[in-house]
Design a protein around this ligand. Structure first.
Ligand SMILES: C[S@@+](CC[C@H](N)C(=O)[O-])C[C@H]1O[C@@H](n2cnc3c(N)ncnc32)[C@H](O)[C@@H]1O
Ligand SMILES: [Zn+2]
Ligand SMILES: [Zn+2]
Length: 272
């Protein structure tokens, strides 16, 4: 069997490891629905190419293929990873499973989609949602001042009220929202306007568009927070006059869509 000659354990193990490590970002079509203990697609593709290809898997893996005369049957297809990979390299596929959910999942993964019907449905859903809740996702654009810019993300931050001057302040323990591990740059929140700034070197973060110097250190240290308005050192618990959630919809903390690529997930920072 050519699989005995063509398969390369080291090569495939490295591919499978990479696929597993990026699972959180890599969402292939098999993610249409969760299935138990999915094996990496790279593993099945490598097995198929080793069996039906005429060279080592290292040589065939990155080429295009069309095994038109080949039919792959998986009578216990589960989430369908082997069938999907077989389909992607041009094989015919047949699958069965005792579990009807598996049949649904694999059908959704493999069946051709009617793009027009899909687009029509998606647009109609978007229209309905915009009418019902769209107003909750509008904000003032910090660049143009436009009041109806689309919100790109919400940045949630706890707030406290100064025990001396009673004014509200943000309880950021630090302003680094993302490091450069999964993202190309560091992302720092501006302490004054709440804007997000991409920074190469956090030791020299520079200045925000609003003119405020950026910093990584937040005002909260060891349950103490200096009031940015009067300088009074407040101690935890920081009194709050309104629930945390409402502070998230304050103007400066909202970001509107068109300015930058960095997408920040909903974050909750601060203590107290
Ligand atoms: C571990 S999954 C296999 C998934 C897939 N073949 C793979 O290698 O990734 C095993 C599947 O076998 C199905 N199964 C178990 N007994 C079965 C039977 N008697 N007839 C058909 N399918 C069965 C289960 O529902 C389950 O989805
Ligand atoms: Zn104060
Ligand atoms: Zn700023």
């Amino acid at each position: 069997m050519s699989i005995e000659q063509n398969y390369g354990v080291k090569f495939v193990a490295a591919l499978a490891l990479r696929e597993k490590q990026i699972q959180q970002n890599y969402r292939p079509i098999i993610a249409v629905h969760k299935w138990f203990a999915r094996r990496p697609g790279t593993l099945f593709r490598a097995l198929l190419l080793s069996e039906f290809g005429d060279k080592s898997v290292e040589e065939t893996y990155y080429r295009t293929h069309s095994f038109e005369g080949v039919t792959i049957a998986d009578p216990f297809m589960g989430g369908g990873t082997p069938l999907l990979e077989a389909n992607r390299i041009g094989c015919n596929v047949i699958g069965t499973d005792i579990n009807p959910m598996a049949a649904w999942v694999v059908r959704e993964e493999i069946e051709a989609i009617d793009l027009r019907a899909y687009t029509r449905k998606a647009e109609s859903l978007l229209d309905q949602l915009s009418q019902k809740i769209g107003h909750l996702y509008k904000t003032r654009c910090p660049i143009t001042g436009r009041k109806d810019a689309d919100v790109k993300y919400f940045l949630w931050v706890k707030t406290g009220n100064c025990q001396k001057c009673q004014r509200e302040f943000d309880l950021f323990p630090g302003y680094v929202l993302a490091e450069n591990a999964r993202h190309p740059s560091y992302v720092l929140v501006c302490s004054a306007c709440g804007d997000l700034n991409e920074v190469d070197d956090p030791r020299h973060p520079g200045t925000c568009r609003c003119g405020t110097p950026l910093t990584t250190e937040g005002p909260v240290h060891r349950n103490k927070c200096a009031c940015p308005h009067c300088g009074h050192i407040n101690s935890s618990p920081f009194s709050r006059r309104r629930p945390t959630v409402t502070s998230a919809v304050r103007d400066g903390v909202l970001q509107s869509r068109p300015q930058r690529q960095a997408g920040a997930p909903v974050q909750e920072t601060g203590s107290g």
